[in-house]
Design a protein around this ligand. Structure first.
Ligand SMILES: NC(=O)c1ccc[n+]([C@@H]2O[C@H](COP(=O)([O-])OP(=O)(O)OC[C@H]3O[C@@H](n4cnc5c(N)ncnc54)[C@H](OP(=O)(O)O)[C@@H]3O)[C@@H](O)[C@H]2O)c1
Length: 283
């Protein structure tokens, strides 16, 4: 699996990781999801993304089981809910997340989306967590450029490491200002929902046909083409969610090769990025 520097942090992180939203469910579904996460780690998909929100903590517990005994292999990320993101609330939420994940330290802790609690309070808690060794890096999610700047200014003695945002072929607005700003600041951009939650694009749509042609030419699958395209720029990572082994294996094949310039041009034509600034899209 191709790895690249995670912004300024010095950490080397695989360009394709694994999401965990909705991995919780029946015992059988959770067993399959945990097996898929472990197989993904074997394949180098070691960036595991979770959140206290997912299944009200259950996704963290399932992820915790999946990484048991393998913590050292994983770049582990979780998120605090905005409603918990006061200074004390962030510290408490992190403690619960660590317990559910069965670990004593997260690699990255994110504010899930903008909070009504002042950003200065949340970032002060993030700095305390770093100083106490409970998280290595602090970041945000669903932040536009101005919000990223505000989070950066709120940090006193640590730097913002990452911004996790919606990015798929139908939502390319971040290519205009957010990705360039984050790359310039060496803030890692993590693309969530790379497949538009499995709804995008439809195989028989004109765009779906373009992707199928590229996939055939490259000897890859459409999903592998999508993941390769979304991670074509340095500083950008993605975290597809897969609930079974076959999907995880397929997703792992999205890196380690390069689309040809004409493939990228064809995708640009079929799924154009906006030609003017648009508000940050989020789920
Ligand atoms: N920060 C945020 O606000 C935020 C918001 C949304 C998501 N996220 C993170 O990003 C992760 C990914 O986003 P997402 O879960 O919304 O959607 P996604 O990864 O775009 O799509 C997940 C869907 O794609 C299917 N899928 C995955 N690989 C496949 C394959 N190879 N072949 C066929 N189907 C495949 C999955 O099915 P199976 O389950 O059957 O494999 C699932 O239904 C989340 O799990 C979460 O960790 C963050």
């Amino acid at each position: 699996m191709t790895q690249r520097p995670f912004g300024w942090t010095g950490a080397l992180v695989p360009v394709i990781g694994q999401g965990t939203w909705m991995i919780e469910g029946s015992a059988e579904a959770e067993r399959r999801a945990a097996d898929a996460l472990r197989a993904g780690i074997d394949l180098g998909l070691t960036h595991i993304d979770t959140a206290e929100m997912y299944g009200s903590g259950r996704a963290e517990e399932v992820a915790g089981k999946a990484i048991a005994g393998r913590r050292g292999e994983v770049f582990l990320v979780s998120k605090v809910l905005p409603s918990n993101a006061s200074y004390e609330g962030t510290l408490r939420a992190c403690e619960c997340t660590l317990r559910r994940l069965g670990t004593d330290c997260l690699d990255l802790y994110l504010l899930h989306w903008e909070s009504e609690h002042p950003i200065g309070e949340t970032m002060r808690a993030m700095e305390r967590l770093i100083d106490d060794g409970l998280i290595r890096f602090a970041g945000v999610s669903n932040f536009d450029v101005d919000q990223v700047r505000a989070a950066q200014s709120a940090l006193r003695h640590h730097k913002l490491a990452s911004n996790q945002v919606l990015y798929h072929l139908g939502e390319r607005g971040i290519e205009r200002r957010l990705i360039p700003y984050c790359r310039e600041q060496e803030i890692a951009v993590v693309a969530y929902t790379p497949f538009g939650r499995a709804k995008f694009p439809k195989p028989l749509s004109p765009g779906g046909r373009v992707l199928a042609e590229i996939a055939q030419r490259q000897g890859r699958t459409v999903r592998q083409v999508i993941l390769n395209f979304l991670t074509r720029l340095d500083g950008v990572f993605t975290i597809p969610k897969a609930g079974n082994l076959e999907h995880t294996r397929e997703n792992a094949g999205g890196a380690g090769w390069a689309l040809a310039p004409e493939d990228i041009a064809a995708i640009d034509r079929a799924f154009p990025a906006p030609t003017r600034d648009v508000p940050l899209a989020m789920l």
